[in-house]
Design a protein around this ligand. Sequence first.
Ligand SMILES: [Zn+2]
Length: 427
Amino acid sequence: MTQDLAETIFKLIDARRDELVELTRDLIRFPTINPPGDVYQACAEFIGNRLHARGFHVDYVRAVGTPGDSDAYPRINVVARREGTHAGPCVHFNSHIDVVQTGAAWTMDPFAGVVRDGKVYGRGACDMKGGLAASIIAVEALLDAGAELPGALEISGTVDEESGGYGGVHYLAARGWFSAPRVHHVIIPEPLNVDRVCIGHRGVWWAEIETRGRIAHGSMPFLGDCAVRHMHAVIDRFERELYPKLAARHTDMPVVPSGARSSTLNINSIHGGHAEQKEGFPAACVPDSCRMVIDRRLLIEEGMDDAKAEVVALLDQLARDRPGFQYGIRDLFEVMPTMADRNGPVARSTAAAIRRVTGRDPEFICSPGTYDQKHIDRVGKLKDCIAYGPGILDLAHQPDEYVVIEDMVTSAKVMALAAWSLLHRSA
Ligand SMILES: [Zn+2]
């Protein structure tokens, strides 16, 4: 890109600063809380109407039959596409429009779009309506710059990312919306800071382990078999054998924070015996069941089957060592790790754009948790996908979430330059 064109685009985006703020506020005012998946349709149509007016072809895709989809809470995604002047690759900006619940600790209305001290506040401000707004302004500025644009530009607003993405990117990816020949490069404007390119994320395995015992009177526990004590034995093995093993396993993925560069396992919940009551006394019983949900995070070097087998082997060993030990294990959810090539087109173009806009060297990172890249990679079979967007990941899901206006402006410039250079590659 010539310096003249870059300057033109920068000026166009700077001139749209207020518009970018207003667009972010408009998006925040849709309380698209998931679950249950509120006002998806209205938010999708707001995005679709805006882009339709800019010459985009707009499709609304309802993910019929996916978890949570109903006539009261339809899973409605919007995909907008604008063809260029001649054939070429397609660059797609994908943002999720759903947000998580607010929690109680907000000091302001989370859906008012409060602007204060150079920041826009609201649920979803950083995760990720600020990123969505920046990508829209970036693409509009690119169109207004009058430069010749081959290929196609797409912007989507998809649902349910916060609950696994099955009614959103997964549904679309399974139907070819995120695959060649339709799409070639994807940028997901998740909040990862303006000078970082996120090339992937770790994998996930959630499972429920149950230990079983035998109910008896609590005054004579020796007549029963306590399922909670069996679960204690599981955790004890985790402490002595599994955790040290996981901590010693290191990855080449540039995960931040660096503590997440090892395999990790969180005990998400545990419960045994009768549920605790708020009032009155419990009955004296030996619990015959104890359940625990584990959240195991996988590195790109690890296989899902190996990660599962490691836990099952430990439980099987306990069944041999410990009298009366019986267990069950049930898969709840799994996601494979994913990592794009840091020398691939979208990572390189974005990194070059960061250098040009900020003057700083970009950092390549991976996310400790997952986002929709998994579906684009594993289901859509499209590898050239990264996350890049304004905002600080730590603020996501927190009270008084905000996005810094200057960061949105900066990231819009980076997105515009990255998209331009990707469009000018051969498909
Ligand atoms: Zn997000």
